[in-house]
Design a protein. Structure first.
Length: 121
């Protein structure tokens, strides 16, 4: 059996080379908000700061398809990474988003520094 740290290193390298490294967040949606997702997202206005990666986005009260980060920044979903419809889906999606940030934080920050965008941490 392979060493899990070797597999993890390979997986992290694949993420670096084959994804755009937008920050990931989690959210709940659906009629009763019992469905959950991990998503990549960016601010609607380029000048607005990103919410902390791995945190929850909430639906905007009046604007369709707009989400709000913990810092009040209006966000638009770039991509749906995964979704799940079960009772502990929030825990799973939050974990995925936070693990992505934890494992790729340096790479994500580097991309944002190169593009001169801000990201809260």
């Amino acid at each position: 059996m392979k060493n899990i740290s070797v597999d993890l290193s390979i997986s992290i390298e694949e993420m670096r080379n084959h994804t755009d490294l937008w920050p990931w967040y989690w959210l709940s949606y659906g009629e009763k908000y019992y469905a959950f997702a991990t998503v990549s997202a960016f601010p609607c206005r380029e000048s607005d700061p990103y919410p902390r990666p791995g945190t929850e986005l909430k639906p905007h009260e009046t604007k369709d398809n707009i989400w709000v980060g913990e810092n009040g920044t209006e966000m638009i979903i770039d991509d749906w990474i995964t979704n799940i419809e079960q009772q502990n889906g929030d825990v799973i999606c939050r974990f995925i988003a936070l693990a992505h940030w934890h494992l790729l934080e340096k790479d994500i920050k580097k991309i944002f520094q190169e593009s001169e965008e801000s990201i809260n941490s």
